[in-house]
Design a protein around this ligand. Structure first.
Ligand SMILES: C[S@@+](CC[C@H](N)C(=O)[O-])C[C@H]1O[C@@H](n2cnc3c(N)ncnc32)[C@H](O)[C@@H]1O
Length: 507
């Protein structure tokens, strides 16, 4: 442990996996709906998927909502939920670190978890996101009433750990008032300023300047209740009275109250850290939703759509990017889609195909379960389905010995895949227009060729580059005595690797 620093330690904490930036390959036969839609469903391990997303999505995701395996020791129908504690911590740490890179500077991450790992996870998140960025531990009432067969205590809640990328920059949205809350607003005196609610005029913490008698319309004198004062001074009270903002009841005989006009109160309700089932539904409702969606073959551990609706209402606006890297049956994407957010989901299990794809197709076709009616969902949009490309390099069985592995380019890679893999590895965004194959945010371009690199070739490429831009050329063969402009750099692709790659020029 470093001096002065509290740290969670576990076996294997110092071991790090080296992540190869993999290419994401679309399988258009599994994509659905509007072909221009940007939403992404990725089938595969989320650690590699998150690494693959880094180039295009670093700093762009407004809300990450994840519901990882809780490590309860159960084996569910669709996935196992029990790994050794240290291993679970390493798995989560590696993924949280990748997730952090994708978060928008004003973004947040919401992690569902139960008591088995929640306290370890809080400390782990402190280490990854910074303790100063911890916002709240939301307590969600996942179950109504006790489970009488519980061996110890009946577990009624889950935790939702909320961290901001930068707590000083993030502010939550207010939640719109419910019909029930709006029923408190009426207009018994036909006030032209609209509906209002009568609010207490007395303050819990008494202030000497706010102790005075109030005379009602019928001459009755009102004092503040015992141990309290009024909320406003005598001068302010007189102003409110003149402005018809003090209410003594319909008959003018009640205690004084102050009128709060709906048009003047905050545009919604501040979100609390206690989320009862009335506010965000519970596991039972999630199961009913899942049964309806999948003809009785419900997912083992779904979350209710309303829970995700509350998270996305608080953390996002129209068009924001939402990410769930432990997608399960796809609740986050379904709700994000219905709310007009853009989404990315990753799922490793076969239920990516048996549950998520059918669910998202139904949503796009206008499915009316879950929060559809609340958000006035009418259908539309689409998603693209991706899988992770195989590794660029594979161990060559013929060339490798027991002590000395020899890696070659994966024989299944074609030229376009090779270009895309080099783009990923060199941190360029792939593009297939013009002569440049990749571009990076710092106005840096990438060109890949198997032609002999001559001075004329370099000069003609350099003509496409502006004075504040630079060019990286990947080539196999170079002529002698090349003179490179200061903003051009050359790297060589080993020829024996290319031989495996069916490389045709400038695809
Ligand atoms: C608790 S479930 C999520 C349920 C989801 N919130 C829902 O409403 O359906 C966790 C999911 O994470 C998936 N998962 C676990 N490890 C993963 C990994 N390394 N990459 C991608 N998905 C993973 C599991 O297969 C499982 O579907």
């Amino acid at each position: 442990m470093k001096k002065g620093k509290l740290e969670l330690t576990w076996v294997g904490k110092d071991e790090r996996v080296r992540l190869e930036p993999r290419v994401l390959v679309e399988d258009a036969a599994k994509s659905y709906g509007d072909t221009k839609a940007e939403n992404m469903l990725i089938f595969g391990d989320n650690l590699l998927a998150l690494k693959a997303l880094e180039q295009d999505f670093a700093g762009r995701i407004k809300c990450i909502a994840i519901d990882p395996p809780y490590n309860t020791g159960n084996a569910f129908a669709q996935y196992d939920d029990g790994v050794e504690h240290s291993l679970w911590l390493s798995l989560m740490r590696d993924r949280l670190e990748q997730l952090k890179k994708l978060l928008d500077p004003e973004g947040t991450i919401w992690v569902c978890i139960d008591d088995d790992e929640s306290h370890y996870l809080k400390i782990l998140c402190d280490e990854v996101f910074g303790r100063q960025n911890f916002v709240a531990n939301i307590v969600w009432q996942k179950k109504y009433g006790p489970a009488n067969d519980a061996k110890w205590l009946s577990d009624s809640h889950d935790h939702i750990l909320l961290f901001a990328r930068d707590k000083e920059k993030w502010r939550p949205n207010l939640i719109p008032r419910s019909e029930e809350q709006l029923q408190d607003y009426k207009n018994p005196d036909n006030d032209p300023r609209g509906i209002w609610r009568a609010s207490d005029l007395s303050a819990k913490t008494p202030s000497p300047s706010c102790m005075y008698p109030i005379t009602g319309p019928n001459g009755k004198i009102y004092q503040p209740p015992p141990t309290r004062s009024w909320v406003v001074s005598k001068e302010r009270f007189d102003e409110l009275l003149r402005d018809n903002r003090i209410w003594f009841g319909v008959k003018g005989t009640g205690r004084p109250m102050v009128k709060k006009f709906l048009t003047e109160v905050k545009g919604g309700i501040t979100v609390e850290t206690w989320w009862p089932r009335e506010f965000a539904d519970d596991n039972k409702i999630a199961k009913y939703e899942s049964k309806d969606l999948f003809d009785g073959d419900s997912f083992a551990t779904p979350k209710p759509e309303k829970l995700l609706h509350r998270i996305l209402q608080t953390a996002t606006n129209d068009g924001d990017w939402v990410l769930d890297s432990f997608a399960g049956s796809g609740t986050t994407g379904a709700v994000a889609h219905k709310m007009g957010r853009k989404w990315i989901m990753c799922e490793l299990g076969e239920h990516c195909h048996t549950h998520i794809i059918p669910r998202m197709k139904a949503v796009i076709d206008g499915e009316q379960g879950g929060v559809s009616k609340a958000v006035n969902w009418k259908g539309g949009g689409g998603f693209k389905y991706y899988r992770l490309a195989e590794s660029l390099l594979v161990r060559d069985a013929d060339l490798s010995t027991k002590d000395r592995p020899v890696y070659v380019i994966n024989p299944r890679y074609n030229a376009v895949m090779l270009i895309r893999a080099i783009c990923k590895i060199e941190n360029f965004r792939y593009r297939n227009d013009g002569r440049m194959h990749g571009i990076s945010s710092e106005s840096r371009f990438l060109h890949i060729t198997t032609q002999l690199l001559t001075q004329k070739y370099i000069d003609s490429l350099a003509e496409d580059i502006g004075p504040n831009q630079s060019l990286l050329i990947y080539a196999t063969r170079c002529a002698r005595g090349l003179h490179l402009p200061p903003n051009v750099e050359i790297k060589k692709i080993p020829r024996d690797l290319l031989a495996k790659c069916d490389f045709q020029e400038d695809k």
